[in-house]
Ligand binder design. Structure first.
Ligand code: NGO
Length: 525
């Protein structure tokens, strides 16, 4: 929890175009009000607006040396298209004091790994953080303090003015995730990268890829190649499916890392494994490979818990994935294993956690795994629709931590209303207000807030086929979940939040992000 008091002080003063030489040169066609600090999503821990402004100019230099350089380059790259400015990144100086925009790594224990401080006055924009990840999150705030047209792909009219003031910010929860199911429908590398860029704007720091399910296996495993070439050859509805080569997966991991996002690969097991069972007959208890599956039923497949080859298979698969994945986690699924006996399930979860540990990683599983004995490090992901679960409480008593994805609050594949053309409704309808109407720190009965690592919004893709479909289901709800994960509990207020959320609408329009324009939100024009 925060030790920084929340002080959101918004000065209701008219913008003045005074101050920098740059502002004078910009010759604005018509003045426009700078973006108020109170419109940033997720809400910063502390923000104080001042009566001054900073204006970007053609020659504005960005100081970013050492560890700050990649973030400086990123900032320049996102500001160049719309401004048309060169925005050179100055890596040479130590003090940087003369550069108008300064990105500095400086120790400040109250900011943690992802916190930052932003100070804007008429002559400079100074961003400081303990770590590059904090600078990156501060850059996302800075982008939202510029007009929505900053996100255009082509040059737009300025002036590019930022309200003066100070922000000190850090997250409430360390884990803020999105999940994309690339198994039910396959999504290519470019689609995943586009989604990564959109989630990064809201300080999401984890992308969980649901890489395998009954309908498809989506990552090449060199020691078991038919998983991808045969098991990945279709998808829900019978389309061509697809899979990532190991080079493509590495490319996604590196791209995510450049946005300070950790990839968590999931191999769902022992159920949800038809694609693997269809690819290798020897993985089946009866030695017969079932046909590929393109429907949407669940609970009908299981790896063969009694066979030794099952664990040789898992050791090979997890070994290859662990070697490709720099992040600390491997997700082992574990949900809806209705075709595995309880005794087998417990045996299986025990063995697979150990295999993950042998490859130097920490296991995450859907909370169903809490009926098995868990290693102290194993993390559960809660996806039920009620906050009370005896197995989860018992595991929590022994120290298990949880990530929260209650299906009736956080599932991005649930319809907003009965009229929503995409998605499902088995867990309920999730309108914009519903998505925001819970407190992750207080949600799970009998589990201390200190055992909640954070939140994740899963997007299952039985009905989702395109990037536009992903965007429509994710926005605005992923931005709402991001706020629940990042912002301090004291900021939690639907009436103020909905106005801030409404300010994102024009940004999504400029970015070409398809979103659901919920009638519950006062969308800015
Ligand atoms: C469930 C199921 C998934 C479905 C999803 C659809 C979990 C953890 N298992 O969530 O296989 O795709 O619902 O909403």
């Amino acid at each position: 929890m925060s030790t920084i008091p929340r002080r959101l002080v918004v000065a209701a003063t008219a913008l003045t175009m005074l101050g920098t030489a740059a502002a004078a040169q910009a010759a604005p066609a018509k003045p426009r009000a700078a973006v108020p600090y109170a419109s940033v999503v997720p809400a910063p821990a502390s923000a104080t607006q001042a009566n001054s402004t900073f204006t970007l100019a053609g020659g504005t230099r960005i100081a970013a040396s050492g560890q700050a350089t990649p973030v400086g380059n990123y900032l320049a790259s996102v500001l160049r298209p719309a401004t048309g400015f060169a925005l050179p990144v100055d890596q040479s100086r130590v003090a940087h004091a003369v550069d108008p925009i300064q990105l500095l790594i400086a120790p400040n224990s109250s900011l943690g790994d992802e916190g930052y401080q932003l100070t804007v006055n008429s002559g400079s924009v100074v961003l400081t953080a303990n770590k590059p990840a904090g600078l990156f999150e501060g850059v996302q705030t800075l982008r939202q303090l510029l007009p929505a047209s900053i996100d255009a792909a082509t040059k737009q009219a300025g002036p590019w003015t930022i309200q003066g003031g100070a922000i000190s910010d850090h997250p409430r929860f360390a884990y803020r995730g999105a999940m994309l199911d690339v198994a039910r429908h396959f999504f290519g590398v470019d689609t995943v990268k586009a989604y990564i860029d959109e989630m990064a704007r809201y300080k999401i720091n984890t992308l969980h890829l649901h890489l395998t399910d009954d309908q498809g296996w989506r990552l090449m495993i060199n020691s078991w190649p038919k998983l991808a070439t045969y098991g990945g050859s279709t998808e829900v509805g019978g389309g061509a499916g697809g899979y990532y080569t190991q080079a493509q997966y590495k490319d996604i991991v590196a791209y995510a890392a450049s946005r300070y996002i950790t990839i968590i690969p999931e191999v769902d097991m022992p159920g949800h494994t038809n694609a693997a069972l269809a690819s290798y007959a020897e993985l089946n208890c009866n030695g017969v490979a079932p046909p590929l599956y393109t429907g949407t039923d669940v609970g009908f497949s299981s790896l063969c818990v009694a066979k030794d080859i099952t664990y040789k298979f898992l050791d090979d698969v997890i070994g290859e994935i662990a070697a490709l994945t720099p992040g600390p986690y491997i997700h082992i699924g574990g949900d809806e294993s209705q075709s595995t006996t309880d005794a087998d399930y417990k045996t299986f979860v025990g063995k697979v956690q150990q295999i993950v540990a042998n490859h130097g990683k920490t296991a995450i599983g859907w909370h169903d795994i809490s009926k098995a004995a868990l290693l102290p490090s194993t993390i559960g992901q809660y996806w039920d629709t009620t906050p009370t679960n005896a197995n989860v409480q018992a595991a929590a008593k022994k120290g298990t931590h949880f990530i929260l994805s209650p299906a009736n609050l956080a599932y991005l594949d649930m319809k907003y209303t009965e009229q929503t053309p995409l998605g499902q409704d088995w867990a309920g309808l999730i309108e914009a207000k519903t998505a925001y109407s819970w407190d992750p720190g207080k949600y799970l009965t009998g589990v201390n807030a200190s055992q909640i690592n954070g939140v994740e919004g899963p997007l299952w893709t039985e009905t989702i086929v395109t990037l536009a479909n992903i965007q429509y289901m994710a926005f605005p709800r992923l931005a709402e979940l991001a706020e629940l994960g990042w912002s301090q509990a004291a900021t939690h207020n639907w009436n103020t939040f909905k106005t801030r959320l409404g300010a994102q609408g024009p940004r999504w329009k400029v970015q070409g992000v398809d979103f659901y324009a919920s009638p519950q939100v006062p969308w800015a024009k």
